[in-house]
Design a protein around this ligand. Structure first.
Ligand code: ASP
Length: 363
């Protein structure tokens, strides 16, 4: 049951207190947006939101619009964080995660750890529309996709295969996997027991991604659709599922309020129900940017593992939260100023899709 209708929601939004939560710059005033259509996404989504906006303008449902938008990124071999060409797991296998949510029907669909299917968001959309379930995983998800006519494909590109191989060869200096340079005796090439996945990869000059696309849209009627799709954490343990296919974590929407989503360290987003929290904060009258910052603060306050904290006791990882309110207002925030992922993409229905800078929790 929706507890607020559009009119009371806008009244709440307009009456929201000043952004006392935001310590610095960049806070957007808590004022009603200009209405739809509006699309937002993570920074890698300019082509996605351009496509989604084109579809919204010609009357498409907002969920169809975002799924067709993110498909462009899933198909792009050069985006190593999503779909085809995504960095594989530790076995060299690309496992993809995605979920979709449709505001008007409050239905959702998701697939996790699906292999050899290029467009997991499209499969998630089928789960939403053609089953009584929300989440299919692994082999079952793949069989479901094949039954619906999706093609089985190799998702590793030559580039990501070589990246993975180098990572594998350098995992342990004492194992039997030798990389080229070690083989010819080049010094200083083995990283030894260098820390976690990210520092191991970075020590080798290899890409390491928390990287994903989250995309949400409202149409001219204020209806909401949202989607998140990813190849997940680079070199992950096979079967690891992040926040991206989990409704309420990497993606959530409520047609009476708007949409919330996340990219970045999925474990932290799962443990905070990040997407759901964003929407709840907006329902309580928070500006979208403030809603994002509140979730990041919650994550920071609940991060207890020493290896995930810096010397100031702040999270040493990034999470980016995204919020799109039913009235067209939007916002995004990342953990720290200057984070690698510090932009998000916006199409506000006029002009071109463009990047805007995320707000941040720590300066
Ligand atoms: N959130 C994704 C995951 O943890 C990855 C990312 O967004 O970078 O799988």
């Amino acid at each position: 049951m929706n507890t607020i209708n559009r009119r009371s929601f806008l009244a709440v939004a307009a009456a929201a207190p000043a952004l006392s939560y935001l310590p610095r710059t960049q806070a957007r005033p808590a004022q009603p947006g200009r209405g739809g259509p509006v699309c937002i996404s993570s920074g890698n989504g300019i082509p996605a939101i351009s496509k989604a906006m084109e579809m919204l303008r010609s009357g498409s449902d907002p969920l169809d619009a975002v799924v067709h938008g993110v498909k462009l990124i899933e198909d792009d071999p050069n985006d190593m964080s999503v779909g085809y060409g995504g960095i594989p797991n530790e076995n060299g296998v690309v496992q993809l995660d995605s979920c979709v949510m449709h505001g008007p029907t409050h239905k959702a669909g998701a697939v996790a750890a699906i292999e050899n299917i290029k467009n997991p968001a499209m499969v998630a959309l089928k789960v939403c529309r053609r089953t009584d379930h929300v989440l299919l995983v692994g082999e079952g998800a793949k069989q479901f996709a094949l039954a619906h006519g999706f093609k089985e494909e190799d998702l590793l590109t030559e580039r990501t295969r070589k990246i993975w191989l180098k990572w594998k060869e350098n995992l342990n200096p004492n194992d039997d996997w030798l990389d080229d340079d070690q083989h010819i005796g080049a010094p200083g090439n083995a990283p030894g027991n260098a820390g976690d996945l990210q520092s191991r990869a970075e020590a080798l000059g290899l890409p390491f991604h928390y990287g994903t696309i989250h995309c949400s849209a409202i149409d001219a009627n204020g209806d909401v659709g949202s989607c998140t799709t990813t190849s997940g954490l680079s070199y992950k343990i096979p079967g690891r599922v992040g926040d991206s296919p989990l409704i309420g974590a990497g993606n959530f929407c409520d047609n009476a309020v708007g949409a919330g989503g996340a990219t970045g360290r999925g474990e932290a987003v799962i443990q905070s129900c990040g997407g759901f929290q964003v929407v709840q904060h907006m329902a309580n009258g928070d500006d979208p940017t403030e809603a994002c910052l509140k979730v990041l603060k919650w994550i920071a306050d609940h991060t207890r593992r020493h290896d995930l904290l810096n010397s100031k006791g702040q999270p040493n990882f990034n999470v980016v939260m995204y919020a799109l309110r039913k009235d067209g207002a939007y916002g995004s925030a990342c953990m720290r100023r200057g984070s690698r992922a510090r932009n998000f993409a916006v199409h506000n229905g006029t002009g071109e899709a463009h990047h805007e800078e995320c707000s941040y929790l720590y300066g």
